[in-house]
Design a protein around this ligand. Structure first.
Ligand SMILES: *Cc1c(COP(=O)(O)O)cnc(C)c1O
Ligand SMILES: [Zn+2]
Length: 418
């Protein structure tokens, strides 16, 4: 890396293309369009070859040239490179020829895909000289910011709706972060954070640092393609909160084509939401370019964003790739969590249930043809959303520590089966 900004060229407005310096800023002054990182792909092409990538450590940073840092990463060096699991038993249940699970439920260090975006955002925050980081979160982002700020020696403020799952709250507090519970839903937390970001000189990972933060999501697509033997899958199903991950998975596949790592990208990108908060899915199904904001009411709290910042662009990606959206009820979410666990031994959080359940619908309706191949993005761990399934799973049967009692129990079971 010779230049001052590494492989980055500028921040560029998605609407008008105006360029901005590579600072902590996220909207265009002329049309309020979101800013995105622009790269020097010609230079990247020279050092990011398949041989170079596979020789590097197994983390998201093996794609370092396509991630928005000037120098080397300093936070989250172990994030990413999660397993891509061939899911034959689930495939059979869903009625599809070939199915894969990209399992970010075991991402390092906080067991969700947010470890990718936070690794990038905090590394970049340090480059820009910040000593305090902050975020507006539906839970997983708060966990990751709190943990990674602790390990990086940064001060952290995390803002969350006050009705989150117990597991998500404890998983933020334990790291010593300042956790602020807001009496309101995520969209109100987010609005407040935009105001706070204007007053305090902090790195707000999903406000003023959003252009850098969001780029971290591309690494999920890079890894999927590499793990499939350097090709994009026919179908990728992605859970949507703000819609950012979905748009970046698409950008990720496209960049692999641009840099020559894969031959072509024909991947159809599909979006999944909970019916209790489905502004993007509802718009896609109605054939609209714009979503209508909603008030969230679902157990999938990590996806409960009623006014999704990237909803417009997520709709565009689905339209352009030939993808579709689906949404499922809370009861279907619980069923899908259980189905994934019982067939593949993977315990996902509510967002994972949303993805599996939505994929089931997409396959049943033929939007994902049964004779094709799909990747499901599982983005978070079930141990953090136990509240959502408590009371809905079976109870253990209890006996005294006696062989006789156990034999009686087995005999009873045999009888019930007969
Ligand atoms: C944040 C999150 C997502 C996706 O969020 P986007 O805002 O759409 O990028 C998906 N799953 C989980 C578990 C999350 O925490
Ligand atoms: Zn603009």
């Amino acid at each position: 890396m010779s230049e001052k900004h590494g492989y980055m060229k500028a921040l560029r407005c998605r609407e008008c293309g105006r360029e901005y310096p590579l600072e902590a800023t996220h909207v265009c002054e002329f049309d309020f369009g979101p800013l995105e990182v622009a790269y020097d792909y010609e230079r990247i092409k020279k050092s990011l070859t398949a041989e170079a990538v596979t020789a590097r450590p197994r983390s998201m940073w093996r794609y370092r040239e396509l991630l928005p840092l000037a120098g080397e990463p300093t936070v989250g060096l172990q994030a990413g490179f999660t397993p891509l699991v061939k899911a034959d038993r689930l495939a059979k249940k869903l009625g599809i020829r070939e199915l894969w699970i990209k399992n970010d439920a075991v991402n390092y260090p906080t067991l969700s895909f947010k470890d990718r975006v936070v690794s990038v955002a905090l590394s970049r925050s340090k480059e820009l000289g910040f000593d305090t980081v902050a975020c507006a979160s539906t839970g997983n982002l708060a966990n990751s910011v709190a943990a990674q700020a602790a390990s990086a020696g940064l001060k952290a403020y995390v803002f969350i709706p006050n009705d989150l799952e117990h597991g998500k709250i404890v998983n933020s507090l334990i790291y010593g972060a300042n956790v602020i519970g807001i009496k309101g839903h995520y969209d109100e937390v987010n609005r407040l954070c935009a105001e706070i970001a204007g007053k305090f000189a902090w790195a707000f990972v999903n406000v003023n640092m959003r252009p850098y933060y969001a780029e971290g999501s591309k690494s999920m697509a890079f890894e999927i393609a590499e793990q499939l033997g350097w090709q994009a899958p026919q179908h990728t199903v992605v859970p949507m909160a703000s819609g950012s991950l979905l748009t970046k998975i698409h950008k990720g596949y496209q960049e692999l084509v641009k840099t020559g790592l894969i031959a072509r990208d024909g991947a159809k990108i599909h979006g999944a939401q909970a019916s209790g908060c489905a502004p993007i899915s509802a718009a896609q199904k109605a054939g609209l370019d714009f979503f209508k904001p909603v008030k969230p009411d679902t157990i999938a709290k990590s996806l409960a964003i009623g006014t999704p910042a990237d909803g417009f662009y997520a709709l565009k990606v689905m339209r352009e790739t030939g993808g579709a959206a689906e949404d499922i009820t809370d009861a279907e979410i619980r069923e899908a969590i259980q189905l994934l666990a019982e067939t593949e031994g993977i315990f996902a959080e509510t967002a994972g249930g949303v993805t599996v359940g939505a994929a089931k619908k997409l396959i049943a309706s033929g939007k994902i043809p049964a004779n094709e191949s799909a990747v499901l993005c599982i983005t978070g761990n079930g141990l953090k959303t136990l509240d959502a399934i408590q009371g809905h799973v079976r109870k253990p049967r209890e006996i005294r520590p006696s062989l006789r009692e156990f034999e009686a129990l087995v005999a009873q079971e045999e009888k019930a089966k007969a």
